[in-house]
Ligand binder design. Sequence first.
Ligand SMILES: Nc1ncnc2c1ncn2[C@@H]1O[C@H](COP(=O)(O)OP(=O)(O)OP(=O)(O)O)[C@@H](O)[C@H]1O
Length: 209
Amino acid sequence: MIYTKDLAYAHPNGRLLQFPDLACEGGKALLITGASGTGKTTLLHLLAGLLRPASGDVRVGGLSLPQLKPAAMDNFRGKNIGLVFQASHFIASLSIKENLLLPSTLVKAPVSQERLLQLAEKLRIAGLLHKKPAHLSQGEQQRASIARALLQNPQVLLADEPTASLDDHNCEAVAQLLGEQAQQQNAALLVVTHDNRLKQLFRDHIQLT
Ligand SMILES: Nc1ncnc2c1ncn2[C@@H]1O[C@H](COP(=O)(O)OP(=O)(O)OP(=O)(O)O)[C@@H](O)[C@H]1O
């Protein structure tokens, strides 16, 4: 479960952004849309504890993220929050498997080979694990980045424009996969986007203005 209360953020030299309260339970999905500049990315970074709010609260599983010290926040994020972006940000010289395992190594929470293979099978990337990221299509890279985000079995899955660079077929497939996987793992899924195609695919929706 993730929820926010009276959340506001002041960009350095920028205006104060105030956000509507939101809540999403494990296994459920929430779509967050809004025109360019309304603060979608800022909100997602606040939800991930990558930015600290000027005021208000973000709670994940009852824990208040703004109260955590930076190192504790990094550790909590690594174990409890999965992130998916428009670009997959893989390290080019590492294989997909090595890229997937890297975050787990960093937070010293190793995952089993079995878990990795199981997830890779589900996301149809099992045959691609030994390849370098550049040898994967965009849709395959996006499925691999979803696998990376889910590997730690996070409480919350946050996706920032996960479908913006995908064609209609891959857009629907990726949205469906995100929803299915979050539901199966009982993670709260929050998707931030200006991709109107997603409005038809997610029932719960809030719009930033
Ligand atoms: N580093 C920064 N310093 C100052 N202002 C910023 C900074 N980053 C973003 N902003 C401002 O904060 C507001 C929200 O930006 P944000 O990137 O969160 O919007 P967005 O809805 O994700 O936009 P887009 O859809 O174009 O990516 C904008 O008005 C932007 O100009």
